[in-house]
Design a protein around this ligand. Sequence first.
Ligand SMILES: Cc1ncc(COP(=O)(O)O)c(C=O)c1O
Length: 389
Amino acid sequence: MKLSTGVRRLAERPRNTLLEAARQYPDLISLGRGDPDLPTPDHIIAAAKGALDGGHTHYTHLHGDPVLRRALAEKLERDNGIHADPETEILVTTGAQEALYLVVQALLDVDDELLIPDPHYTSYDLAALAARGRVIPVPTYHEDDFVVRPDEIERRITAQTRALAIVSPNNPTGAVYPSEALARIAEVAIRHELVVISDEIYELQLFAGQRHTSLGSFPGMRERTITINGFSKGYAMTGWRVGYIVAPADVVAALGALHHTLTICAPAFAQQAAIAALTGPQEAVAELVRTYDERQRLFVRGLREIGLDAFEPRGTFYVFVDIRRIGVSSQEFTKRLLDEARVLMYPGSYFGTAGEGFARASMTLPPAKLREALDRMGSAEVVRRARAR
Ligand SMILES: Cc1ncc(COP(=O)(O)O)c(C=O)c1O
């Protein structure tokens, strides 16, 4: 069948062949996908059940249930220092994934450029490709804790640059941008009149001593920031598909039409569950974070015992494993790790050129499984070689 040029370009992107290869190993330990293994908290599930019984089984308002938008506006004011009008400045989406797609379509025309610190979440590339624009990666470095240097951003600004996307806490590195770094980025954005997409989907996944700051809260940034967030990661609700966008009213109004074309609205009962997540007890969130923190500590310690290292994550549930000593590409490392240890990680190069030399491991398995993964890795030839060096 003759497919459109746009869809063919998307489909031509290299496939995740590692995932296909992993299927042949029944005893695989997968540290691949970014999906929390822990269950959605009980009170959220109860709210969804009640919502189904209570008739929340139809379309909601195009911009999302008004009660959810009001709860979000309160949360944004309280936790993020962002004042948003729930009537006009918030759009509830089917996950942050829909949100980022909408926003990228809204900002990029043909050949327009979106700057993003690299390594990065590559759905932004696909969204840019769909808009016939492109992502311009801005490298980040281990020695900077994977926080982008403002001058590296400035060097890449061209007449085609439309926006800058910042993801903090970051997937895949686990970096968290300190407030001072964000202030410098805000200064660059204002000086060059850039729109900033602030993807804060990992906002709640912060380890000891870390603080989350929203770019939209800096002076002069509210009018140029589009904040993306959602419930998937913080509340272990990946399957519920609720996300949201916070943006100036004219942007939200414009996004509404494309949102209607794609999904009309996020699932109605899931929006009720999201209200329960926001307004209910937050202990479960803290418990999730404690769990990921313990796991990442165990894993990083274990890596060091077998002769590897890692960037110590400041948040999220990812560990960015440093494989530079091994002397093979991240693609080869992860393939050999799969074949020799039946452990799946994603090569850093999947996340962009600056991810080379690293592999991403998700801490979405219980400690016993992580220990087993470390044991198997310790015996794998590809890791033993690093130790021998
Ligand atoms: C940086 C980033 N943004 C957005 C998403 C999409 O999240 P959601 O489940 O809300 O669609 C993800 C999911 O992994 C992500 O890592």
